[in-house]
Design a protein around this ligand. Structure first.
Ligand code: PLP
Length: 391
């Protein structure tokens, strides 16, 4: 391993480093609290319960939900999306989604489609990876039960016109599920202004919590239409041998990932104390600087919207026909610059960009702790790589 300091530019996969308070919260939980949530009356168990209630309330405030009970903890964004999709959809339903989606949307929908249970229409996007609401409007009909759309692409960073898409969906009587994996903690996210009936996200990305954390927001009353995918002990209504039908217990059977969730509370507190607008401006500044500096490197193709206002801190590039995996390996071995190469679990998006057959793109994604110096080092390394591979 080279002696240079690690330059982590893979925050779209999971954020690193975490704020010190996250490490401290997980450590303190493991060493001193060590109790399950919602299952004991001793002081440590009560403290754990208070922390998880504080976390639900903090997430609710962050996304504009009315009550913490509407936040269901899951193990990641994938689990939240699966709960929404498999819990809500019934045989005969029709779903409209887009080509920009991650496999954690495409695969559950694909499985239900292959089972012959539902019909799915996948709407395309432009060369920047942005979906046109008019295409959604054309795909909607009276039978459409659900529209699933990501708030921002994990490949190009493009922010989607979710509010407009949701307005159209609601006009047709469809519900809206938003995949906010790439936006919570990076941008202000408000379920009311987005028009989200369901919103899935990760705790371990922009909210700076540990891996193994995520959540699903469920609009009031919608739980009556969403089956639980897993049943079991909830620590509540234990006299009843049937699953509770109230939020969040209906969907939270078994012990929760408390070490991860107390860490997530500390991560969320960091983000809210620093301010989402400050984080957003920092990340936009870095990704804008990277894009501007790479734009004049001969032979390098940049993807996504050119305006920093239309993206989160994600930039995909292609070095001619050079294998993106090899490029990522070279950046790591020569400069310890850590990126993610390939299809980024978004195969249809790479088909839309024309990068599928070349093995995808090389993706840079920034977080709140990246610096201008790190970006400048990445620019220098990319110039060297382009000169060596495209000569
Ligand atoms: C847009 C999008 N949706 C869903 C996911 C899945 O998130 P998780 O790893 O928390 O399951 C990701 C992960 O990168 C993503 O980028």
């Amino acid at each position: 391993m080279s002696a240079s300091p690690r330059i982590y530019l893979d925050n779209a996969a999971t954020s690193w480093p975490k704020p010190e308070a996250v490490y401290a919260a997980v450590d303190r939980y493991q060493r001193e609290l060590g109790a399950p949530a919602g299952r004991g009356a001793y002081s440590e168990a009560l403290e754990v319960e208070r922390r998880l209630a504080a976390l639900r309330a903090a997430i609710a405030r962050l996304i504009g939900a009315q009550h913490g009970r509407q936040i269901v903890f899951t193990s990641n964004c994938t689990a939240a999306l699966n709960l929404a999709i498999h819990g809500l959809l019934r045989p005969g339903d029709r779903v409209v989604t887009t080509q920009v989606e991650h496999n954690s949307v495409l695969r559950p929908l694909g499985q239900l489609e292959d089972d012959g249970a539902i019909e799915v229409e996948r709407v395309g996007c432009d060369r920047s990876g942005v979906v046109d609401p008019d295409d959604i409007a054309r795909a909607l009909d009276k039978r459409t039960r659900l529209v699933v759309v990501s708030h921002a692409s994990n490949v190009t960073g493009a922010i989607q016109p979710v509010a407009e898409i949701a307005r159209l969906a609601h006009e047709h009587g469809a519900l809206v599920l938003v995949d906010a994996a790439q936006t919570t903690g990076h941008l202000s996210v408000d379920v009311g202004s987005l028009g989200a009936d369901l919103l899935a996200s990760a705790g371990h990305k922009g909210l700076l919590g540990p891996l193994g954390t995520g959540f699903l927001y469920i609009a009031r009353g919608l739980e009556a239409q969403i089956r639980s995918l897993q049943q079991g002990g909830t620590g509540t209504v234990s006299f009843q041998d049937r699953q509770p039908d109230t939020l969040p217990d209906k969907y939270e059977s078994g012990n929760l990932n408390v070490p991860g969730l107390v860490g997530l509370l500390a991560g969320l507190e960091y983000v809210t104390e620093r301010g989402i607008d400050d984080v957003a401006a920092h990340e936009r500044g870095l990704i804008g600087r990277l894009r501007a500096a790479l734009a004049d490197v001969p032979g390098l193709r940049l993807f996504g919207p050119t305006s920093a206002e239309q993206t989160v801190g994600v930039l995909s590039v292609a070095l001619g026909d050079f294998d993106p995996q090899e490029a990522a390996a070279l950046l790591d071995t020569t400069h310890r610059i850590q990126t993610r190469a390939g299809l980024h679990c978004a195969p249809l998006m790479h088909r839309a960009l024309g990068t599928f057959d070349a093995g995808g793109t090389l993706r840079f994604s920034v977080g709140p702790f990246n610096t201008v110096d790190q970006i400048d080092t990445a620019v220098g390394a990319m110039r060297e790589l382009a000169a060596a591979t495209l000569a």
